[in-house]
Design a binder for this molecule. Structure first.
Ligand code: ADP
Ligand code: MG
Length: 324
């Protein structure tokens, strides 16, 4: 990359020091590596996610939405661990240096970063088909992270927010269904601007036995908790929290794949022992979203999805497979 192109990138990604929350940043962008200070008694939670054009977002997605989503999906992983997000690195592969695109992308990225006090401390910039990788670093007090492996028989299964709207937006973009303009805008925002459930994740420390964020659909991601915890579960489908749009799509078709398998919801699914239920109710007001009990963890392995009339629905548990 030429020095003029690098200057342009620097212009969009190096924030003035006063705009950064420099908590724990010994050295930020500009050297061969960033230096970060992990406070005593805390563990460093690290996650990385790549977004590929045409796979993780539709090709014509607005750059500001891509910037938001690239960070949001990583913040969602921090939420699912009960970690407080702190420092991000950004590896950008761009087909060309396009000032308008970079302007939009960095605006979307930093607007979300500032809301959660996240500092960008480094990255890499290369030429090629558009792809964005964000690595997120967060902090969690020693031994308090929310893992997938902690679910126990008798735990209640909860989910934040509502399920299936992002999947509905995608079906509408692909021309499979037609949505009212008002609902189309709402569901498109759910697809392009997921809200990481950070406050919920932090509040669930010491309350939830297990947690995961729903990126591949409830069935697949709850399935990961079940496998890791060596337990099974029953879900009561009529209890799933659905927007009016998703509820009507399910009702019309009798097809539960939108809330169960469509993916891109970025809600949290977590399990809570009955003894912690009152503790959960005490912290719910901090969630900034609803939280719904949808089922129970059981000894019998496997996931059973029941309707009120006793009918069983068999969901697609696979999630998105890149190498299928
Ligand atoms: P190196 O060749 O040592 O990897 P680079 O030229 O790739 O150095 O990067 C120089 C500095 O700019 C490094 O501190 C790196 O972290 C930072 N950087 C490069 N690209 C980005 C980016 N897209 N976002 C944030 N920081 C970046
Ligand atoms: Mg580099």
């Amino acid at each position: 990359m030429s020095s003029s192109e690098f200057k342009l990138i620097e212009h969009y990604f190096v924030r003035p020091a006063h705009a950064q929350r420099n908590r724990g940043v010994v050295l930020g962008i500009g050297d061969d590596a960033a230096l970060l200070q992990v406070p005593a008694g805390q563990e460093l939670a690290v996650s990385v996610d790549t977004l590929i054009s045409g796979v993780h977002f539709p090709e014509h997605t607005a750059p500001a939405d891509i910037g938001h989503k690239a960070l949001a999906v990583n913040l969602s992983d921090m939420a699912a661990m009960g970690a407080e997000p702190r420092w991000a690195t950004l590896a950008l592969t761009l087909p060309e240096v396009d000032a308008a695109w970079l302007e939009g992308f960095s605006a979307g990225f930093f607007a979300l970063a500032e809301r959660y006090n996240v500092t960008l401390v480094g990255g890499d910039t290369t030429r090629g088909p558009l792809s964005i990788t964000v690595q997120m670093h967060g902090l969690v007090p020693q031994g308090q992270a929310l893992r997938r492996a902690g679910a126990r028989p008798g735990d209640l299964i909860y989910v934040t927010g509502e399920l299936g709207d992002a999947g509905l937006a995608l079906r509408s973009l692909q021309g499979e269904i037609r949505l009212s303009p008002e609902y189309a805008a709402y569901s498109l925002a759910r697809l392009n601007r997921p809200e990481p459930r950070i406050a919920a994740g932090l509040a669930l420390r010491g309350i939830a036995h297990a947690a995961i964020d729903i990126s591949d659909g409830l069935a697949a991601d709850l399935g990961h908790i079940l496998t890791a915890s060596k337990v099974g579960a029953t879900l009561h489908l009529e209890r799933l929290p659905l927007s009016a749009g998703v509820a009507s799509a399910v009702k019309k078709t009798g097809d539960w794949s939108l809330p169960l398998s469509a993916g891109d919801d970025y809600e949290l699914c977590f399990t809570v022992p009955v003894k912690n239920e009152s503790g959960l109710h005490d912290v719910l007001e901090h969630f900034a979203c609803r939280s719904t009990c949808i089922g129970i963890i059981e000894d019998t392995l496997g996931l059973r999805c029941e309707l009120a009339d006793g009918k069983i629905v068999t969901p697609d548990m696979k999630g998105y497979e890149h190498f299928a």
